[in-house]
Design a protein around this ligand. Structure first.
Ligand code: URP
Ligand code: ZN
Ligand code: ZN
Length: 486
């Protein structure tokens, strides 16, 4: 058979195997895995690794925060930057702010992503307002559009929902085969400490971390797990930043609860000392939950090795270090007035490859799971995405495992003016990236087309292999009737 494109001579790595073979691509999907394949076009991948393209499952693109700031990356720059980082698909958030409907929110993000992305995409839908008929009427329609993951916040005054509302989202999501994601930090602790710090004149960026103590995360993760257990609903805890929080996740999984978790590069590679940089420099490293200490970094690596974390995502929240972003309230802004988040969509995978695979902390198979396959499974895209197998979308990243490159703000392709990893030399980089059979990056050059990336309607969440919590203390169906959501 004559393929449209053949990737020849490389070493294919999947979540379970490593072997040498050619990849034959036709009509955007993988047609053949074999030897001496024929193709109209050829990419020579000798001495390279051929991996499932990365799936970036946590990033903020063309998104307003509840306080009005807008991320500097849109679907054009964000998708290009993601592709340079070895990603072939990403799932930014569509943020429902109070007063907005869910479908209105999805329409808005459709207009922002239209003809803009060089790679495929979907959305997680943030729910901050359950008033009116949002859960009864709009939630099922969002799921029917292929949006099957929903994020809620336990903190941030303009986003947080009550425990009652959290239960409602968990229960409704379960009914429709969707997944609830949660930002787990205790709002009361954060607000109480912040007020005291500000009153005492402690306003510098470093106090942001002090106002978001580890216990605030641990309490909220614990409560979130209990709420999920109570209604027997799957839950994914995003950006886990503490060993104690990760231990709760591990124990919940051990108990058979449907708990999933994510951590992010900043919690492995940055720490509190970065927030102590002079003047406002520390603002570049502010995110929520905050970066912590070196013991935390080591403990989170161990959890990554043990499989506590299903997904490893960037939480790319790009706010420039200027008056449009971090410094929008001036150079004397208090830590409460500085936008939270940092860029990292292009460095997520090179960091994990260099410091994880090349330094012997994780295997290539773990890398593939954490970078792609687990996200595809967790977010309802497997086997279309996240695997190199016959019939799957030809979403492939070709990696040179020995290529050395220093990270600088100048060699990024996002819309940012800094990278938190400035000056770090990493070994192992993607050199070519192919989305649905079409090259997006070739030998380090952008060749992709902004109308190529398409919205991926995702399926129900696959809970295969998760035992599930059977003994409900309160049998909701029995006590309240068959379907609470109708
Ligand atoms: O500080 C961060 N991570 N900002 C992004 C918003 C969020 O909670 O993920
Ligand atoms: Zn969050
Ligand atoms: Zn985030």
């Amino acid at each position: 058979m004559l393929h449209d494109l053949v990737i020849s001579g490389g070493t294919i790595v999947t979540a379970t195997e490593t072997y040498k073979a050619d990849v034959g691509i036709k009509n955007g999907t993988i047609q053949t895995l074999g030897y001496d394949l024929l193709g109209s076009e050829k990419i020579d991948a000798s001495n390279k690794l051929v991996l499932p393209g990365g799936i970036e499952a946590h990033c903020h693109i063309a998104q307003e925060s509840a306080t009005g700031g807008v991320t500097s990356d849109d679907y054009r720059s964000g998708s290009v930057s993601a592709a340079y980082g070895g990603n072939t698909c990403f799932i930014p958030f569509a943020a429902q702010h109070r007063g907005m409907g869910l479908l209105e929110t999805l329409d808005l993000y459709d207009s922002r992503s239209l003809n803009s992305s060089v790679i495929d995409f979907s959305y997680h839908l943030i729910i901050s307002d359950l008033s009116g008929n949002v859960m009864e009427r709009e939630f099922p329609k969002a799921v029917a559009r292929g949006v099957t993951s929903f994020k809620v916040f336990m903190t941030y005054d303009l986003l947080k929902i009550t425990d009652e509302q959290f239960l409602e989202v968990l229960h409704t999501a379960k009914e429709y085969g969707a997944l609830t994601m949660v930002h787990a930090e205790n709002s009361g602790i954060i607000n109480w400490v912040s007020e005291k710090l500000i009153k005492g004149g402690h306003t510098a960026p470093r106090y942001h971390a002090i106002s978001h103590p580890a216990l605030a995360e641990v309490e909220a993760i614990s409560r979130a797990i209990m709420l999920s257990k109570f209604v027997d609903a799957p839950l994914l805890i995003v950006h886990v930043s503490t060993p104690a929080g990760a231990n709760l996740v591990r124990d919940a999984r051990n108990e058979g609860l449907k708990i999933f978790a994510e951590t992010c590069p900043q919690y492995l590679f940055l720490n509190r000392k970065d927030l102590d940089r002079p003047g406002m420099e520390g603002a570049k490293f502010m995110c929520s939950p905050p970066v912590r200490d070196s013991e935390t970094q080591e403990a989170l690596w161990r959890h990554l090795q043990l499989g506590t974390f299903d997904v490893f995502s960037s939480d790319h929240s790009p706010y420039r270090f200027d008056e449009t972003g971090k410094l929008s309230k001036g150079v004397d802004a208090t830590f409460q007035q500085i936008a939270n988040g940092m860029p990292g969509i292009a460095t997520r995978l090179p960091l994990l490859f260099s410091e994880g695979v090349n330094k012997g902390r994780i295997t290539l198979q773990q890398f593939v799971r954490l970078s792609s396959t687990n996200a595809a499974r967790t977010y309802g895209m497997l086997p279309q995405k996240g695997s190199i197998s016959v019939g799957a979308d030809a979403d492939i990243a070709i990696w040179d495992p020995n290529l050395k490159r220093v990270v600088t703000a100048q060699n990024q392709h996002d819309a940012m003016d800094y990278t938190p990893y400035e000056g770090l030399e990493l070994t192992g980089w993607p050199t070519s990236v192919i989305t649905r059979g079409k090259p997006v990056i070739m030998d380090g050059q952008l060749v992709g087309d902004h109308s190529h990336g398409k919205f991926i309607a995702r399926g129900k969440i696959d809970l295969t292999g998760i035992p599930g919590h059977q003994a409900l203390e309160l049998d909701i169906e029995k006590n309240f009737g068959a379907n609470l959501t109708s």
